[in-house]
Write a protein that binds this ligand. Structure first.
Ligand code: GLU
Length: 291
């Protein structure tokens, strides 16, 4: 299960995102990456542990007040630097992280390839991202509108989070079928797959529901449905401690792991098992029989 962390506000984004990714490591992953907005969009990603990403960035100027970070659990394309998230759109202006799968990505990819799009990764994520960029171009609309249009055509389960070089004061996120929590701070907002990366900064959270879009600025949170109607965010107070969140409400990690087994198996098969066509696709697994 992949992990998502994002931050927008007055504090340096990278240390918050990095710490958040480490908190989400327990979910399992094969690569990690961050995108930061400061005087342009910068994307850094790496196969392996978050610590390896961190090490590769020593000495790099990572100053930014808005950023997104991801730990990937590959479903489409082998675990590699190139397939790691965030992905950057063809014109380089958008960066996106994604948790889940886009089931109709082959069809969307074919359409985009006919229009001349060239893909740098094997992921379904990059297809959705360029689909959004293409809608923006064709409809001459902003990112929010393009995301809404794109998601009406997308089949699958997702959380997506986007940064836009042309709108450095905004992060856009949407959810269907994968968890997403917003942390509401003082003049700052956090986003994550669960509350563990957020809880040390704020106890006020909003759980985003399916088919909702979140538009985050440092000091403003707007929730909308895919029909562009505003939804009043329901702010909840977290009354649990970090250790309890990490243990998912169970008294012991062992109990948590036992009870999570059905979900773990489901997540492992997500995007790999195609029941209708009775096929299993194992990205990154080579057929070495006979070698
Ligand atoms: N389907 C995407 C990929 O393979 C996202 C996987 C995830 O949830 O980490 O890159």
């Amino acid at each position: 299960m992949c992990g998502i962390v994002a931050y927008i506000g007055p504090t340096e984004a990278y240390p918050i995102i990095l710490k958040g990714l480490k908190r989400l490591e327990y979910r399992g992953y094969d690569s990690s990456g961050v995108a930061l907005l400061n005087d342009g969009l910068k994307v850094y990603k790496k196969k392996g542990k978050v610590a390896e990403l961190e090490e590769s960035l020593i000495g790099v100027n990572l100053h930014a007040h808005a950023g997104i970070g991801h730990t990937r659990w590959a479903t489409h394309g082998e675990p590699s630097d190139r397939n790691a998230h965030p992905h950057q759109s063809a014109n380089g202006k958008l960066a996106m992280i994604h948790n889940g799968i886009i089931e109709n990505y082959t069809q969307l990819k074919n359409e985009l390839q006919k229009k001349g799009y060239v893909f740098k990764s094997d992921t379904d994520t990059e297809v959705l991202l360029n689909f959004i960029e293409d809608i923006q171009k064709n409809n001459q609309c902003g990112l929010e509108e393009a995301v809404r249009i794109a998601l009406r055509r997308v089949v699958g389960a997702y959380v997506i989070v986007l940064l836009d070089e042309d709108n450095p004061d905004t992060i856009i996120a949407a959810r269907k079928g994968s968890p997403l929590v917003i942390g509401v701070g003082k003049g700052e907002h956090f986003l994550a797959s669960d509350a563990s990366p957020i809880i040390e900064y704020t106890k006020e959270v909003v759980y985003v529901n399916d088919y909702e879009l979140a538009i985050l600025k440092s000091d403003e949170l707007i929730l909308k449905n895919l029909g562009n109607e505003k939804i009043t965010p329901f702010i909840q107070k977290l009354d649990v401690e970090l250790a309890a969140i990490e243990k998912g409400g169970y008294d012991h990690f062992m109990l948590k792991e036992i009870f999570e087994q059905p979900d773990t198996i489901f997540d492992c098969l997500r995007g790999r098992l195609d029941v209708n066509n009775a096929t299993i696709t194992m990205a990154g697994v080579q057929n070495n029989i006979g070698h």
